[in-house]
Design a protein around this ligand. Structure first.
Ligand code: ADP
Ligand code: MG
Length: 381
């Protein structure tokens, strides 16, 4: 059963009757450009064909009540939320409602249900999908048109940063709002300018989940980020986006700052070259840039792990694979590979086997296509 149908069923089971509004928000995967967003750099994600659906109906109470097909319990949020933030998945709902209030929207109450086929914590950003489904649903419930994609993405990012307490860049939320079917999205994380780049025909994207999650991932993330901020300060710029590889080399930064900065500036250059390669249908060139990105994340940014190495080499060894790299924050989690579509299932099986052989661990592979960004509609009765 589709996530949409499950959301409607869950709604009926929890609240009775039928929803008035349905919103849908996809997950996303980043094809290239990691650890560049916090330096105002460039990224190239795409929205994927897995999605969170929210079904809701307005109520007269100034509060939101919501259930999830994936999480236990019902969450209740008073409007406007006052805090302290709820723990668990309710924090995402509350954070979005808080962030909309901070932005000046007056919201009415509703009851709702979510259902999703975006795996949680698997690198496909189920959190941003949930945030955007809730943001669009909450606005529609009070009869308000959503702001443009960049503003909406910032609102959802603020919920995650300042309410849930997860520092993430703008990529996830903007990919989820502005994704276009059949396209990747080149995003300038400073201006939020985003340009759809057509995916060539005959390719598929594999998300390769190593199944590992690093406990120290967020402290490692923060310490790398601090290195980059420090490097930018020493270079006298607002963010590493403002310098190139020559400027970083000439500055003679001490290790590890020099290597962290080199990753960011070379990764920015790779993203732009990769967007051009994709637009030209040059998958081989795109794949080489993915491999170079991975090497930079491993050697200069030091964000790889033995499991990520095993899964990336397993993918890269497949003749039908153009390129593979770790994706997202690293320190565990997922890799992404660009493969010939006809061989996607065979590559997925071969990678799973090779990864199990090398590490003794089980991976999960998701075959993804580029999908349309988040939308909302009022149900036609
Ligand atoms: P991801 O990489 O998938 O975004 P995160 O840890 O950032 O992983 O976010 C996952 C969290 O988002 C879950 O722990 C849960 O709180 C929330 N979430 C995601 N999808 C759902 C859902 N369908 N129902 C309820 N909560 C969800
Ligand atoms: Mg997330």
């Amino acid at each position: 059963m589709s996530a949409r149908q499950r959301a409607v069923e869950r709604f009926a089971a929890a609240w009775g009757g039928r929803p008035e509004v349905l919103s849908r928000a996809p997950g996303r995967v980043n094809l290239i450009g990691d650890h560049t967003d916090h330096q105002d750099g460039f990224v190239l994600p795409m929205a994927v064909d897995r999605e969170v659906w929210l079904a809701l109906r307005t109520v007269d109470d100034p509060r939101v009540r919501i259930v999830s097909a994936e999480e236990p319990g019902a969450v209740t949020v008073a409007l406007p939320p006052e805090g302290p933030p709820q723990r668990g998945w309710g924090g995402y709902i509350e954070g979005v409602l808080w962030s909309l209030g901070e932005a000046g929207y007056t919201l009415g109450g509703w009851e709702g249900a979510v259902a999703s086929d975006v795996p949680v914590g698997a690198g496909l950003s189920s959190s941003a999908a949930l945030e955007l489904a809730v943001a669009l649903g909450a606005l529609a419930a009070s009869g308000q048109a959503p702001p443009d994609d960049g503003v909406l993405a910032r609102l959802a990012q603020r919920a995650e940063n300042d309410w849930v307490g997860m520092s993430c860049g703008i990529m996830d939320q903007l990919a989820v709002t502005a994704g276009r079917a059949g396209h990747a999205l080149r995003i300038d994380c400073r201006t939020l300018e985003h340009t759809p780049v057509p995916m060539p025909a005959g390719v598929a994207v594999l998300v390769l989940d190593t199944g590992t999650r690093r406990e120290l991932a967020s402290s490692a993330y923060n310490s790398r980020r601090a290195d980059c901020d420090d490097a930018a300060r020493r270079l006298g710029v607002a963010a590493l986006r403002d310098v190139d590889a020559e400027a970083v080399a000439a500055a003679g930064l001490l290790d590890p700052l020099g290597r962290r900065a080199r990753h960011v500036v070379t990764e920015n250059a790779r993203v732009n070259a990769a967007a051009d390669a994709l637009a030209a249908g040059d998958c081989a060139a795109f794949g080489r840039l993915m491999s170079a990105s991975h090497a930079s994340l491993r050697d200069d940014y030091e964000a790889s792990t033995p499991e990520l190495e095993a899964i990336v080499s397993a993918a890269a060894a497949q003749p039908a694979c153009y390129g593979a790299r770790l994706t997202g924050a690293g320190f565990g989690g997922c890799a992404v590979a660009l493969v010939e579509a006809d061989s996607a299932a065979a590559v997925a099986a071969a990678v799973s086997d090779a990864y199990h052989e090398a590490t003794g661990q089980r991976s999960t592979v998701y075959v993804c296509e580029a999908a349309e960004g988040a939308v909302v509609h009022r149900r036609q009765e």
